[in-house]
Design a protein around this ligand. Sequence first.
Ligand SMILES: [Zn+2]
Ligand SMILES: [Zn+2]
Length: 218
Amino acid sequence: MLKAQIIPVTSFSQNCSIIWCDETMEGALVDPGGDHEKLLAHVEKLGVKLTKLLLTHGHLDHAGGAADIKEKLNLPIIGPHKEDKFWLDQIEEHAANYGMAGLRCCTPDQWLDDGEEIQVGNQTLKVIFTPGHTPGHVVFYNEAHKVAFVGDVLFQGSIGRTDFPRGDLQTLITAITTKLWPLGNDVTFVPGHGPLSTFGAERQSNPFVSDQALGRAG
Ligand SMILES: [Zn+2]
Ligand SMILES: [Zn+2]
């Protein structure tokens, strides 16, 4: 079974997820944005053996802690899609602008593409390419438990900002409606910020991407 615990990190309260397979106790961090000592203390308490670090996209609050953890535990950084390289390369500059200490640029060991699969113990995550908020954003989806780690693509009642360089609103809406909605209304998603929700609930009431807002038949 896939287990998950969410730990908010950085001053942006980014939801870093510790995910693990309870058969092997092998696990991964999704979006280790910072506060790496706090994250690793939780990991140790859970008895999880980390095998990889997964990034949904290159923003500092999602990726800024990855370099420190990689060096400390000798783990590969996997994802996002290579179109987000320019974001990962600017983390230190942006962190300085926000006055955030200790966040670092990083270079993934593996870039991801749509349709790839990642193993965490006996659990499988499918990679879904979802550009729009950033051009190289990916979502990690576990079909067996119908749970998706969506970064800053979709939130309860909102969607990701698209006013950043190379962001695009229509691209984001297309990614949500053609890549995420077909996975099913009963999929629970863990967003990069704020509470969990389901795709079905957002199709009902999200002011940006509900079926009604988009003029789609329910
Ligand atoms: Zn972001
Ligand atoms: Zn974010």
